[in-house]
Write a protein that binds this ligand. Structure first.
Ligand code: MG
Length: 207
């Protein structure tokens, strides 16, 4: 990944089965929220300090792409993206439930420090071959999530066009592209490993 991270965009409800597991309707257009760059920390085996005293804390494993240049209308994903990684969109689920009820912004539930840890990056294989490989989240040695871009509701192309048009998309910006089914709570001492196919890209322990 490019060292510079400016904006961190995230896509909500981009997999049908995940929307269903939380009882959410499938959106009609991409549902975008943001995290501050301070949320991004490396999944390099270190212990992650997360807010474990604010109700249920959920993990959401996601495929993450990074813009290698500034987006321009008509640009394809393959022109825009050189590298990708896996990340976890940590979410304070109880806080989010209250926020959703009150219609408040998602910041308190989604944008806290270290809420967007990121694995080492790999070369973007191109949109054609991306669906040949699943990504998985292993929690304490057991697979809890398995995702594949072919199951996304909104394609990467739709997502970059939408973000580029409405919010702007520049070099260094990250996009967390949504989580597949299997999200769940985490507690202190849990160990997460993120795999792209058979390759482990990152690991962390919850502090
Ligand atoms: Mg998410």
């Amino acid at each position: 990944m490019c060292a510079l991270v400016s904006n961190v965009y995230c896509v909500g409800r981009n997999y049908q089965l995940h929307a269903a597991e939380l009882g959410n309707a499938v959106p009609e257009e991409p549902m975008i929220f943001l995290k501050p760059s301070h949320a991004v920390v490396p999944l390099d085996g270190s212990v992650l300090q997360l807010p474990l005293d604010r109700g249920s804390l959920h993990f959401e494993g996601e495929l993450v792409i990074q813009a290698a240049r500034d987006y321009e209308p008509g640009m394809s994903v393959d022109e825009l993206v050189d590298t990708m990684a896996l990340g976890i969109d940590f979410t304070l689920r109880d806080v989010q439930s209250v926020i959703k009820e009150k219609g408040h912004p998602w910041t308190a539930a989604k944008a806290f420090k270290s809420s967007a840890p990121l694995t080492a990056s790999i070369a973007f294989p191109g949109t054609e071959s991306l669906a040949d490989t699943d990504f998985t989240v292993i929690k304490n040695g057991e697979e809890v999530q398995r995702g594949n871009v072919k199951d996304m509701i909104f394609s990467l192309q739709t997502i970059i066009d939408y973000i580029g048009k409405h919010y702007g998309l520049g070099k260094g910006d990250l996009i967390f592209t949504g989580t597949p089914a299997g999200v769940g709570p985490t507690v202190s001492g849990d160990v997460f490993e993120l795999y792209w196919g058979d390759v482990r890209l990152g690991r962390c322990e919850i502090g």
